[in-house]
Design a protein around this ligand. Structure first.
Ligand code: SF4
Length: 360
């Protein structure tokens, strides 16, 4: 198992007990899917740890393994053919070993998910209120319908939906995109979950609404003291929200550290590519964005050596064909900032200052 910031920060990563696991402690998580074409290594040894009140941003392109990581935490692969290993400690319980019934109790009660597209996550035939009432009563069957509806109205008000007593009886299609996302957050909060997983929660929204939703999530986090996992392809979103960032590529972490390190002083060529390809309001309209060249790797056929090598413009910094043949380790630079790249740290810092920073 790789040494990560989280392992060095607290506890013994190999210890197989719930002690000293913090609030959420994911250790060497692997999720592989056997298919007719070969084994899809969607998540290949991810470790991280967060406490209540903290946010981690998991960033990467489609197919990097970020959503599969969050689905594994919720136990959504249990009934599939997925081969999962590692440990996922939530408040002292290893979610990989609890039985299905316990997992169902935890899902929605202690952990909840906010999806990218509320329209497909909400049922079109039921009112928004009925769906929140159902979410409450599944976990608290003793709650009366009236009490659950009152709670649904309170929650809709809490997330900033005007006239919640009226809107509670409306259907999802009667809400705007931003309001639907707020309603989805209200539903996720219905049982005060301590862990919120938000998968691209603002991708479908325009910039103003996006900022409002992020503000709302920050406010609710301080109120509920929730831990948040924010899954996104957008480094800008996590820079706003997260305490730490984990950048995934080809199912592995390629960079991991505090937001100030990863966002303001990134060390991995892939993170450099993500950052320099971000649209910026202060950039002249005609300036071209520089997308990361090439495409993400197929998870069935991950390139040998560094998975990023077919797209990396810095391979010449490493002698011989090391980048193409040797998988780099995820190494700590001594400040709990971990990077998976063969270029020595000091040289990467030089490249960042001379080549990348002026373009940000
Ligand atoms: Fe690029 Fe080589 Fe570093 Fe991979 S290990 S990111 S190919 S320089």
């Amino acid at each position: 198992m790789e040494q990560t910031k989280l392992d060095t920060r607290k506890g013994d990563p190999g210890k197989n007990t719930g002690a000293d696991t913090g609030f959420l402690d994911v250790r060497d998580l692997k999720v592989h899917f056997p298919t007719d074409d070969g084994l899809v290594r969607a998540v290949d040894g991810i470790s991280f740890r967060i406490e209540r009140g903290e946010t981690i941003g998991i960033v990467g392109e489609s197919g990097s393994g970020k959503s599969v990581t969050s689905q594994a935490i919720l136990g959504l692969h249990r009934r599939s053919r997925a081969q999962s290993s590692g440990q996922i400690w939530l408040d002292g319980e290893d979610l990989m070993t609890v039985d299905d019934e316990r997992l169902r109790e935890l899902r929605g009660n202690k952990m909840a998910m906010i999806f990218q597209d509320p329209l497909s996550a909400m049922h079109p035939y039921y009112t928004v209120g009925a769906q929140i009432v159902e979410a409450i009563r599944v976990h608290h069957p003793d709650t009366s319908k009236d009490a659950a509806k009152k709670r649904a109205i309170d929650l809709l008000g809490l997330v900033g939906i005007p006239s919640p007593a009226r809107r509670v009886d409306q259907y999802p299609h009667e809400f705007s995109g931003g309001m639907r996302q707020r309603a989805m957050i209200a539903m996720a909060l219905s049982n005060d979950p301590a862990l919120l997983i938000a998968d691209e929660p603002t991708t479908a929204l325009d910039v103003t609404v996006q900022a409002q939703i992020l503000d709302l999530m920050r406010k609710l986090q301080s109120e509920f003291d929730s831990a948040i996992i924010m899954i996104t392809h957008d480094l800008g979103v996590v820079a706003e929200m997260a305490d730490e960032i984990l950048v995934m590529y080809g199912g592995k972490a390629v960079e991991h550290g505090a937001v100030d390190n990863v966002f303001y002083e990134p060390q991995h060529p892939y993170a450099w590519g993500l950052l320099t390809s971000m649209p910026r309001l202060d950039r002249a309209r005609m300036d071209r964005l520089n997308p990361v060249p090439g495409n993400p790797p197929s998870l069935i056929n991950i390139p040998p050596g560094c998975a990023f090598h077919p797209r990396c413009t810095y391979q010449s910094e490493v002698p011989g064909d090391v980048c193409r043949t040797v998988v780099p380790d995820l190494l700590d630079d001594g400040t709990s900032h971990l990077t998976r790249c063969h270029i020595p740290t000091a040289r990467r810092e030089e490249i960042f200052l001379s080549d990348i920073k002026p373009r940000l």
